[in-house]
Design a binder for this molecule. Structure first.
Ligand SMILES: C[S@@+](CC[C@H](N)C(=O)[O-])C[C@H]1O[C@@H](n2cnc3c(N)ncnc32)[C@H](O)[C@@H]1O
Length: 432
């Protein structure tokens, strides 16, 4: 309460400062204040001006939960919790998908970071597709070369994760033993031999035991496409830095870079540059298998996602992997919810036409040419947990004078989707 006294003092101080600056004096017509008193008043108000404004500023920040000061008798504003930001590790991971969150029996997230949840979502997509991820039990056999076209790759985390780290990879005896995990037996091409890779033991169909740890990526070549140039250059810098440290990543095939990132609208293949279009086609010709991945991005595609899906099937003959959003069956969505959702999806830059039911989604995939389609609803492991995480992250950041800012609103949206069930988070795997 006492602190509030500083507000009028600060205002008087401010007014005095202005008077002083303009050469005014404290004089009122009816009062004959001697010049010395007037000068003293100006001096006194000026003296309290700076500390009062400082105090006022701190009060405002504190009311917004930004500063927890320690009143140690020295004014107390020097130390608080803001230095927490000095302890944050930079650069941060930059994943930005909705994640797949594991929970305990009480419904609390046991997955603690967005990076872990994001990797888990990617892992669930591959697991749904039948790409074996358990390195210890899966037989290591020679497999066809694979290329990945990664739509909406973000800031490069998934690029590095897929092309560099150990997801779906195996320990090999030497860098020349370039093998990958096999696809499920349903593909007749999975048993073909990659001529660029290690020697096959014809009796066991396996490579010899591993001695030197050497991780081999799940895909032999990678083309990433994002429409955001800031994210694209950020990702390029990170990939190049990693390539500088790891010669294996720098390796080329057919004189081309193994990992290439493009800034383009993934939704509109007809607008792609000649370079991007030919790179995609050449990679596809070189590899035995082409996969298109869209990790949490296709609901943004304008006017719809169907054009690139059709291109993936008809031109690239590619399998399709995604985490995407669908609308619940109409009987579960009231008219009011529908209109509210329409408004909010506009806010999040997602055309309303992209919100279709699972059945409509399947039909579009079949129209594009896909025959073997799996759509797996993972909403229960996504929305409410994500909302919980965003709330905790916001509170944690606010304690050190930061906050989620506009991202905090997303938490409310995901919480609503989780509780109401009107939007479904789905993993999609489609083969021709
Ligand atoms: C939610 S983020 C997901 C990023 C990344 N996949 C991840 O998991 O971290 C969606 C991404 O899709 C990208 N995106 C949206 N519309 C796109 C389009 N038409 N073409 C290419 N990228 C697009 C955005 O720039 C953004 O990076």
């Amino acid at each position: 309460m006492l602190s509030l006294l500083f507000i009028p003092i600060a205002i008087i101080g401010l007014a005095t400062g202005i008077c002083w600056a303009y050469g005014f004096q404290f004089q009122f017509p009816s009062l004959h204040i001697p010049n010395s008193v007037s000068n003293f008043l100006i001096f006194a108000c000026g003296a309290v001006f700076v500390p009062s404004v400082k105090r006022l500023f701190t009060l405002i920040l504190r009311s917004k939960g930004r500063v927890w000061e320690t009143d140690n008798g020295n004014g107390g504003v020097v130390y608080g919790l803001e230095h927490g930001r000095l302890n944050l590790e930079l650069p941060p991971t930059m994943w930005m998908n909705m994640g797949y969150w594991h929970k305990n029996a009480e419904g609390q997230n046991t997955t603690k970071t967005l990076a872990d949840a994001s990797k888990a979502l990617l892992g669930e997509i591959f697991a749904t597709a039948g790409f074996p991820l358990d390195r210890s039990t899966t037989p290591r056999i020679l497999t066809p070369t694979r290329t990945l076209i990664d739509l909406g790759f973000g800031c490069g985390d998934q690029t590095l994760y897929l092309m560099d780290e150990s997801v779906g990879t195996t320990l090999l005896s030497s860098p020349s033993d370039l093998i990958n995990w096999s696809l499920p037996a349903r593909s007749p091409r999975t048993s073909s031999v990659n001529p660029k890779r290690g020697v096959l033991n014809s009796s066991t169909n396996e490579i010899g035991s591993s001695t030197t740890p050497n991780y081999i990526p799940l895909f032999d070549s990678y083309i990433g496409i994002t429409n955001n140039d800031v994210q694209c250059s950020y990702a390029r810098e990170r990939v190049e830095a990693r390539e500088d440290m790891n010669q294996h990543l720098r390796e080329t095939f057919d004189g081309r870079r193994r990992t290439r990132l493009f800034c383009a609208d993934a939704a509109a293949p007809e607008k792609w540059s000649e370079e991007l279009r030919s790179s995609v086609l050449i990679n596809g010709k070189w590899a035995k298998e082409t996969w298109v991945l869209a990790l949490d991005c296709m609901y943004h595609f304008r006017p719809t996602r169907w054009e690139v899906l059709s291109y993936a099937a008809r031109v690239l003959h590619a399998g399709f992997l995604a985490f995407d959003l669908c609308l619940a069956e109409p009987k579960h969505v009231s008219l009011a919810q529908r209109w509210m959702l329409r408004f909010l999806t506009k806010m999040m830059g997602a055309p309303w036409g992209n919100f279709v039911t699972v059945e409509e989604y399947k039909k579009k995939l079949r129209d594009a040419g896909y025959t073997d389609i799996v759509i797996r609803d993972v909403s229960d492991s996504v929305f409410e947990s994500l909302a919980q995480f965003l709330g905790e992250q916001d509170r944690g950041l606010q304690r050190i004078g930061l906050g989620l800012g506009k991202l905090a609103v997303a938490g409310k949206l995901f919480g609503w989707w989780g509780r109401s069930g009107i939007v479904r988070g789905v993993i999609v795997v489609a083969r021709l």
